[in-house]
Design a protein around this ligand. Structure first.
Ligand code: PEP
Ligand code: MG
Length: 372
C-alpha cells in the first residue's frame, strides 16, 4: 500500500531529523553493506572478519593456527593477504566514504579447528582394526588436543590470538591498508577504522596498536599514500569497562560488545543458557526478557555508563558506539541514547527500526527510559 510506505518514509525522515544517535550496520560482505546502505545505515559499525573465513578459507586459518613451523604459518598468512585485501576493498567501495569499522580476527577457535572428536574416532577405528592410522590425522589430533579448551568463548580469542600468532595482526592490517591505498588511488575517500577485540587490559591494546601503527606506516612508505585509520577497541569485558580511563588513552573509539559483556558480567554462557534455564528464569520473573536481547541497565548498563564517563574524561573526543545485538533492540536503544553514546550498530534489517527508536528516544527525553 503506497500510503503506508509514504507514512513510514515520513516517520523515518522525522526520526532522522531529531535523533542524536547515529545508526550503523554490522556487515561483512559487499552484499550486506549494500543492503545496509539501502536501509539508511551511516556506516559499518562492525565487520566481523572471522566470517570471511568460514568457507574454503577455513583451512588457511586452520593452517595458520596449527602451523608446525614459521614457514608454514607464513605461507598461510601470505595466501590470506590478497583475499583479505579484496574483502576490504569491496566493503570500502560499497560504503564510499562512510566509516567502515573492521575488527581484527576474533574467531571462537572451536568453530575453526578441525573436529577433534571426529579425528580421534578415525584414529581409534584405524587402531582397533589393526591398520596404522593416517599419519596426518595423528599429527593433527595432537595439535588440536594441545589447543583444546573447555571454555573456548573464554579462551584464545580476539586480541589474545593476535598477540600469540606472529604475523596475524600484521597480515590483516596490511590488507586493510592496501585496500585503503587502492581505493584512494581510484579517487575515493575510504574511511577504514581498525578495531581490536576482547581487550581486558590496556597493555593488550597497546601491543596490538603498536603493530597496527607499524604496518600502516610501512604501507604508507611503500606506496607513497599516507594511510590514516583510527584505532579503537571493543569494550566487552567488565575489566575493560572498569579500566576505561586507561584504555581510552590508547583508543580513538570504544565499541561496546554487549553480547560478550552480558556473558561475562552475568557469567551466562552465550551458547548454552537460552534453552537450559532461561525459560524457567523468564517464567519466575528473574528478568522480563533475556539479557542477551534487552540490555540489563543495572549491571551491563552500569558498566557501559562507567566506561563512557571514564573514557571521555581521559579523551574528550572519544567516539562511542555499540555493536552487540542490543544495538538493534528498541528498549536498549533508548538506554544507549540516555547513556550518551554516539552510535548504535545492528543487523542491516534492523537499521530502519533503530533509526525510528533513536528518533523516539530523542523525543521522549531521558525520564521514561531511565525509569526502567
Ligand atoms: C559482542 O560481543 O557483543 C560482539 C559484537 O562481538 P561478537 O558477537 O562477535 O563476539
Ligand atoms: Mg564479542
Amino acid at each position: 500500500d503506497g500510503s503506508v510506505v509514504a507514512a513510514v518514509r515520513r516517520a523515518l525522515e522525522h526520526a532522522d531529523a531529531v535523533r542524536r544517535l547515529e545508526v550503523r550496520a554490522n556487515a561483512d560482505t559487499p552484499q550486506d553493506a549494500a543492503r545496509a546502505r539501502r536501509f539508511g545505515a551511516q556506516g559499518i559499525g562492525l565487520c566481523r572478519t572471522e566470517h570471511m573465513f568460514l568457507g574454503e578459507r577455513r583451512e588457511l586459518v586452520e593452517d595458520m593456527i596449527l602451523a608446525r613451523t614459521d614457514a608454514e604459518r607464513d605461507r598461510a598468512l601470505a595466501a590470506l593477504l590478497p583475499l583479505q585485501r579484496k574483502d576490504f576493498a569491496g566493503l570500502l567501495e560499497v560504503m564510499d566514504g562512510l566509516p567502515v569499522t573492521i575488527r581484527l580476527l576474533d574467531p571462537p577457535l572451536h568453530e575453526f579447528l578441525p573436529d577433534r572428536i571426529a579425528l580421534a574416532v578415525r584414529v581409534a577405528v584405524a587402531e582397533a582394526t589393526g591398520r596404522p592410522p593416517d599419519a596426518h590425522d595423528v599429527e593433527l589430533l595432537g595439535a588440536v588436543n594441545r589447543m583444546h579448551e573447555e571454555n573456548p568463548m573464554l579462551g584464545l580469542r580476539g586480541v589474545r590470538l593476535g598477540l600469540v600468532v606472529p604475523g596475524l595482526v600484521a597480515m590483516q592490517v596490511r590488507a586493510i591498508a592496501e585496500a585503503v591505498v587502492e581505493r584512494t588511488r581510484a579517487g575515493a575517500s575510504p574511511r577504514a577504522e581498525i578495531m581490536v577485540p576482547l581487550v581486558g587490559a590496556v597493555e593488550e591494546l597497546r601491543l596490538a596498536r603498536e603493530e597496527v601503527e607499524r604496518v600502516l606506516a610501512e604501507v604508507g612508505a611503500e606506496t607513497g599514500v599516507p594511510v590514516r585509520c583510527p584505532v579503537g577497541t571493543m569494550i566487552e569485558l567488565p575489566r575493560a569497562a572498569l579500566t576505561a580511563g586507561r584504555i581510552a588513552k590508547e583508543a580513538e573509539f570504544f565499541s561496546f560488545g554487549t553480547n560478550d559483556l552480558t556473558q561475562t558480567t552475568w557469567g551466562f554462557s552465550r551458547d548454552d543458557v537460552e534453552a537450559a534455564f532461561f525459560p524457567a528464569y523468564l517464567d519466575k520473573g528473574v528478568f522480563p526478557t533475556s539479557p542477551f536481547e534487552t540490555l540489563d541497565p543495572e549491571g551491563v548498563g552500569r558498566l557501559v555508563r562507567i566506561a563512557v564517563e571514564e573514557g571521555r574524561a581521559a579523551r574528550p573526543d572519544l567516539q562511542t558506539g555499540v555493536c552487540g545485538e542490543h544495538g538493534g533492540d528498541p528498549e536498549s536503544i533508548h538506554f544507549f541514547h540516555t547513556a550518551g553514546l554516539d552510535y548504535v550498530s545492528c543487523s542491516p534489517f534492523r537499521v530502519p527500526v533503530a533509526r525510528l527508536e533513536a528518533g523516539r528516544a530523542a523525543l521522549v527525553g531521558t525520564e521514561t527510559s531511565d525509569a526502567r
